[in-house]
Design a protein around this ligand. Structure first.
Ligand code: MN
Ligand code: MN
Length: 461
């Protein structure tokens, strides 16, 4: 045997996904990415993603879950948790005692939330004070167009939905940065300190209302909010208003091979989970799609993946079949669908290139996340990795291996550990992302498409 023959038999030879897909797959990929981009334009917060998904589910024959309802194989149900998280299920041929095939992603993304008392005026400029949500590099957020999204519960119990900055005729908002000419001191600071948390104040207006007294610019802004939404200042207390980058998902690169958008992490995996489920026939095992909230701040709280809301829904499904929830969990499999870092040659020194995901090499499978000695990781077993590998290979899905950066460089987590803690075999996998957690993130169309195919294959395994 020649060394070439030996090499091809024995050694792994990852190839760029573009060399491995045919024209039909390319066309499917482009069509899929257009639908994904439309989803991104409509959904910038967990609430918007949850509402969008519930509506799409209804349009595809899903019914709201109710305890004790009759469920037959192929029946489709969904459960909305506090308007910020949603679980969908398509009932399988087999009993839930034999487990479910679960894909879990999150629909919250890093951003700047308004403080409970946000509105103020300084030097005749009106601002919102914010507290950033999730891990951000604060210096990236000034001088980019921003939009205001959210809901306000008014005193009379009515709920107002607010969106400003997305329509072409809307104004946008912005956080200022210091001009370079006066930045001698700022430029000497470490990046982490160049912009402080308390400097992430969003400019709202500069025109004073006509009249006497103080805070005439602030008063003018409040008047505009009152005219448009009926708000008074006290309403901010019972609101969830958030500042996100304004604008739409766009094709990036002269070859249009990338998609740029706010919040690919993790709506790119959320959408990859939703689409195959909407059109599913009767799966062998019950297929479950979770879109969780609060992943970016530790999956805590009532709408996060650590919440008992998941047990409430799955336990309800199991009760209908007379199955113990613990037996269902023990036999289930979960793909924790979350993004990984795509290798960036500009920052090559932060990664182990041999073990890092790369753009256009397909969905990235991650045995463990965590950092510094795998701390906090859900370390998937050889058996679990083997299950994913053979399932994806059988379905013709292009995949690659991922770890998050060099061994002691940093790290991150996903919902995987919280699923595994429930005695559910869990593996992390998702789309590689460039400039993760920046106001604008990049993903490759090919990887988006392959992640959707991976979710489909896992549901049907
Ligand atoms: Mn994520
Ligand atoms: Mn994240």
């Amino acid at each position: 045997m020649t060394t070439d023959e030996l090499r091809s038999q024995l050694l792994a030879a990852p190839k760029n996904g573009y060399t491995r897909i045919n024209e039909t797959q390319r066309a499917e990929m482009e069509a899929y990415c257009k639908r994904y981009a439309a989803f991104m334009d409509a959904c910038k917060t967990e609430r918007e993603a949850t509402a969008w998904t519930a509506k799409a589910a209804e349009a595809h024959g899903f019914k709201p879950f109710a305890a004790g309802m009759t469920l037959n194989p192929g029946d489709k149900v969904y459960y909305v948790n506090r308007k910020k998280s949603i679980i969908l299920a398509v009932m399988g041929e087999k009993s839930l005692a034999e487990g479910a095939n679960i894909c879990a992603a999150h629909v919250d993304s890093p951003r700047m939330d308004l403080k409970p008392n946000p509105l103020y005026e300084d030097s005749e400029i009106a601002y919102f004070k914010t507290h950033y949500y999730g891990g951000i590099k604060k210096y990236q957020w000034p001088t980019v167009p921003l939009a205001l999204h959210g809901v306000v519960y008014r005193k009379d119990g009515s709920v107002i939905t607010v969106t400003i900055g997305e329509d072409d005729t809307d104004p946008v908002l912005v956080v200022s940065d210091l001009l370079i000419h006066l930045s001698a001191d700022q430029m000497k600071k470490p990046l982490a300190e160049g912009i402080a948390g308390e400097q992430l104040n969003v400019i709202l207006g500069t025109e004073p209302i006509e009249g006497e007294g103080s805070d005439l610019v602030k008063l003018n802004v409040m008047k505009l909010l009152n005219e448009k939404y009926g708000l008074i200042e006290e309403d901010f207390l019972s609101a969830e208003l958030t500042i996100v980058p304004a604008g739409k998902c766009r094709e990036v690169g002269l070859d249009r091979s990338l998609l740029g958008a706010y919040g690919h992490d993790d709506r790119v995996c959320a959408y990859a989970e939703i689409e195959p489920l909407l059109n599913m026939g009767i799966p062998t095992h019950t297929a479950v799609c979770i879109l969780a909230d609060k992943e970016e701040i530790g999956s805590v709280g009532i709408s996060g993946m650590q919440s008992q809301a998941f047990e409430h829904f799955m336990g309800g499904l199991c009760a209908i079949q007379g199955v113990e929830l613990r037996d269902c969990f023990a036999n289930s499999f979960c793909l924790s669908a979350d993004v990984s870092n795509a290798f960036d040659p500009n920052f090559a020194e932060t990664c182990d290139k041999r073990n890092n995901s790369q753009l256009n090499y397909g969905v990235s499978i991650c045995k463990y996340t965590g950092s510094r000695g795998k701390g906090g990781a859900s370390d998937a077993s050889a058996e679990a990795m083997g299950h994913v590998r053979s399932t994806l290979d059988k379905a013709g899905v292009i995949w690659q291996i991922a770890t998050l950066g060099k061994v002691d460089q940093g790290g991150g987590g996903t919902v995987a550990a919280y699923m595994a803690n429930r005695n559910i075999v869990t593996v992390d996998a998702g789309v590689p992302v460039l400039c993760m957690h920046a106001p604008w993130e990049l993903v490759s169309k090919l990887d988006c498409y392959m992640t959707m195919k991976a979710c489909e294959a896992i549901y049907l395994a």
